[in-house]
Every structure is written in C-alpha cells, then in structure tokens.
Design a protein around this ligand. Structure first.
Ligand SMILES: O=C(O)c1ccccc1NCC(=O)[C@H](O)[C@H](O)COP(=O)(O)O
Length: 207
C-alpha cells in the first residue's frame, strides 16, 4: 500500500491560518523563528498559534543559524514537536537538543546532494529547497528536480516553489515522504490563502 504524502504548511503567522490548516488535514505547520523573514513570529505569537493546534499535528520550529541558547529558549517556551534547521548547522549542533529534527538543504547547481545529506544521518528527514543567494528559504521558486538522486537514504521532504498547480507533478516525479509549502498558498507573505491551502491538500490527496 502506497503511504499518503504528508503535508507541511510553513510560515504560519496567524492563529486562524493554523486552525484552518489543521481543519484542512495538514500533518504539520511551520513557525519561522528567523528574525529577517517576513514570516517570522515571536515566542509570544507562537504560543498563541500553538494553542490552536490539537494533538497529531506536528508544530515545527524553524531556525537559520541561530545560537543554541536561542533554540533552547524557544524549546522551553513553545511545545515544538519537530525542529527544522535551515542554515549551515552541523549535525552535532542539530543533535544537541535531543529532539527530532529535519535538515534543510538548499540545492545549488552541481551540488553533490548525497555528500551533503550524508552528514545528517540523525535527521528524521531531509528538506530539499531552492537556493537563492541571501534568501535562506521561502523563496517561492522551484529548483531542478532532476538533480535529486533517486534514493536519498532518508525521508525526502520536497520544498521550494510548490503550488496547488505543480504539487501533483512533484509527487509523481519524486515520490517524496512529504511536501512543504509556504509562498504557494499565500495571499501575502505570512498570510495564508485558505482556498489555496484547500486546493493544495486536495491535489496531494488526488495523486
Ligand atoms: O518561509 C520563510 O520565510 C523562510 C525564511 C527563512 C528560512 C526558511 C524559510 N522557510 C522555510 C520553509 O520550510 C519553506 O516552506 C520553504 O523554504 C519553501 O518555501 P516556498 O518556496 O515559499 O514554498
């Protein structure tokens, strides 16, 4: 039996968007703790958002080259089920928190993806994302899917420019464990479009 593709909606900034995403059936929501992002939320905002999320939906905390102290501060204040490291963090850095983590890898032309992800064997998933100089994530752009090796050896979370219009093709082409989207289901940065979330979920379910 083919397992269904999991869905993460990232860059949630509004409690109502979190509640809608949960009602739409997503498996995880992402909270961005990278201060330079237009989708960044504070600890206080995150606590309100998380209060709307029931069990069985994973709340993911996203960091970009944050200090260990900063990550611990968030972990102590917010019930995060999963960590996502989206910068140049070493495996040792990611492992110190003794929490499940996914490691994001921004795919650059000619990159030896297997060599990079081979450093993160303790990750519970590898999120492949687009690379744009100076923009760590949430670019809204696709990368060359043909560059992805057939077997990463770890669960693939596909990201980067996904939309309701292309997610079906992404799943049929890459057979990821999960798909992750931010910009493709938004009205504006950090404000989610509920109809686009519904369309995205339906497209994933239709594969
Ligand atoms: O979403 C952001 O603003 C962001 C900023 C800095 C680092 C990571 C960020 N998002 C991480 C994600 O997991 C996004 O969902 C992923 O990059 C895909 O974004 P999009 O291409 O807009 O779907």
């Amino acid at each position: 039996m083919k397992p269904r593709t999991r869905i993460k909606i990232c860059g949630i900034t509004q409690p109502g968007d979190a509640a809608f995403a949960v009602a739409a059936g997503v498996d995880a929501i992402g909270l961005v703790f990278y201060p330079k992002s237009p989708r960044a939320v504070s600890i206080a905002q995150a606590q309100v958002i998380v209060s709307k999320v029931p069990g069985f939906v994973t709340v993911t905390g996203l960091f970009v080259d944050a200090s260990a102290e900063c990550v611990w501060q968030h972990l102590e204040a917010i019930p995060l089920g999963l960590l996502q490291f989206h910068g140049n963090e070493s495996a040792e850095f990611c492992e110190q928190f003794k929490r499940p983590y996914i490691k994001a890898v921004r795919v650059q032309p000619g990159m030896d993806i297997n060599a990079v992800i081979g450093q993160y064997k303790t990750a519970c998933g590898i999120l492949l994302d687009s690379y744009q100089p100076g923009v760590p994530g949430g670019t809204g752009t696709c990368f060359d899917w043909q560059a992805i090796p057939n077997d990463l050896g770890q669960p693939l979370i596909m990201a980067g420019g996904l939309t309701p219009e292309n997610v079906r093709q992404a799943i049929q082409t890459l057979h990821p464990f999960a798909v992750d989207v931010s910009g493709g289901v938004e009205i504006s940065k950090g404000v989610k479009d509920h109809q686009k979330i519904l369309a995205f979920v339906r497209e994933v379910a239709s594969v």
